[in-house]
Design a protein around this ligand. Structure first.
Ligand SMILES: [Zn+2]
Length: 454
């Protein structure tokens, strides 16, 4: 789910049109033949390029391709979107970035469906779809229902080994990650039961600071009560996640929470959908020091494709525009649809963000953290249609492979980025959990009230 823009996944912006529709062959259970566009002209350079594209497709088909963050779950719950439906409208505009047809076209082998819990659910009554844990349960149920309805396409996965097994059968492994630590409602019992239901990572916060961890989303807001990172209970959450084998996800947290999580976690941590702050200076992205710290722990940073994560200009309005935006937000706070329309009108077309700019983030993280510590965390269907040209939907994933080869990465390194890095980290988190359990560690009985805040 998006942080820089205040858009809901359930209120997706439609794209004007699919850009330069790629040549796509239909059918085939696992991978399609030709997603990457054919060269437009002939000549020596072009035939070289055609050879590279062919090599990229072959490699992409062979590789295990994993995306660790997809917000299609929100329309599944809120709009009854079924993944077998066509996410492209009759007029060619895009309703969703994700559906089964395009997941297959993208050569996807494993998807982490975001169990995204908006902060508004914290205070919602049952009749309104709340509270936070209830919202998470509704989302988990929706993911499991898709797997039940489409057994020829999906299978639930709980481990790295499951992903390999399911991928080898030509199916897509379905996994889940909670987005927003407030989903556990300050209960380690709830955390454990979410693990049992199949949740394999949790972002410690969303864009809101919760009762035990600070968020990057409101860290500069003086009206929010902050904790200076993780509270003691927050550290206990991390330790219990380590014991369970649930990956600690630092996407969305404040910088201090990040460092506290690094210090506390015995297992590698992940960033399920964050990019590089050196290239795009937003609090949701990671500094070079953070990238190195994740690498040192054996973790992996999964690049977010959203425009606001890839290009600073796409996310930072001028002070004048910002003032006008605030005015609109105040004026139309009771009418979200009008507010969004007015904001869009004011902002005009968003700046051009290219596939090259996106690839720059992969390259930067690979340079700073090492090629063993970068992967794909698309945030498809969580960024309101705000994606780079050439990466507008999930079917475009093979372009990552092509572009990385073009930049000189070896086949083996590209495979790491596509999925092997993440599988290594996930397996290590499982190994650490087993070690902790074998040492006799029992489920934590700590209650949030029993530990004073930092
Ligand atoms: Zn998010």
């Amino acid at each position: 789910m998006l942080a820089p823009f205040a858009l809901k996944a359930s209120a997706l912006l439609c794209f004007a049109a699919l850009l330069a529709a790629p040549a796509i062959s239909s059918g085939g259970n696992k991978k399609r033949e030709s997603v990457i566009q054919k060269p437009a002209a002939s000549g020596a350079a072009t035939s070289d390029d055609a050879a590279l594209r062919a090599r990229a497709l072959k490699l992409h088909r062979e590789a295990i391709v994993i995306d660790t963050h997809n917000d299609i779950t929100s329309p599944m719950v809120d709009d009854h979107f079924d993944l077998a439906m066509n996410g492209i409208n009759a007029d060619g505009t895009m309703k969703t970035h994700t559906d089964i047809r395009r997941m297959k076209e993208g050569g996807l082998d494993a998807e982490f469906f975001a169990i995204y819990v908006g902060k508004e659910f914290v205070d919602k009554k049952p009749a309104e779809g709340g509270g936070a844990a209830r919202r998470a349960l509704d989302m988990i149920d929706a993911v499991r229902e898709q797997v039940r309805r489409h057994p020829e396409t999906f299978e639930m996965a709980s481990t790295a080994a499951d992903i390999r097994r399911i991928a080898s059968r030509g199916k897509i492994a379905a996994l889940m990650g909670i987005e927003g630590g407030h989903a556990i409602e300050d209960s380690l019992s709830a955390l454990r039961q979410f693990y049992k239901l199949g949740v394999r990572y949790m972002t410690l916060t969303h864009s809101n600071t919760n009762n035990w961890a600070d968020s990057s989303g409101d860290i500069s807001n003086p009206n929010v009560g902050h904790h200076n990172g993780l509270t003691d209970f927050g550290r206990e959450v991390v330790r219990e996640m380590n014991r369970l084998g649930m990956m600690v996800d630092i996407s969305h947290v404040s910088d201090k929470t990040f460092w506290d999580a690094i210090e506390t976690s015995r297992a590698p941590v992940i960033a399920s959908h964050s990019s590089a702050r050196a290239l795009t200076d937003v609090p949701r992205n990671m500094t070079d020091d953070m990238l190195r710290a994740v690498a040192k722990k054996g973790g992996v940073v999964m690049v977010n494709f959203g425009k606001g994560f890839v290009n600073t200009k796409a996310v930072k309005p001028s002070p004048e525009t910002q003032a006008k935006m605030d005015e609109i937000r105040n004026q139309y706070s009771g009418d979200q649809a009008t507010m969004r329309a007015k904001l869009r009108e004011l902002q005009g077309p968003s700046p051009k963000v290219t596939l090259d700019m996106l690839i720059d983030h992969f390259v930067h993280i690979a340079k700073v953290a090492g090629v063993d510590h970068v992967g794909i965390g698309s945030d498809f269907d969580g960024v309101g249609g705000q994606l780079p040209e050439g990466m507008e939907e999930i079917s475009k994933l093979p372009s990552i492979t092509y572009e990385l080869l073009k930049r000189g990465y070896s086949d083996a390194d590209v495979k790491k980025v596509l999925g092997e890095n993440f599988l290594r980290t996930m397996a290590e988190v499982e190994r650490v959990a087993k070690k902790i359990q074998d040492s006799g560690a029992k489920p934590s009985t700590t209650k949030i009230g029993a530990i004073a805040k930092n």
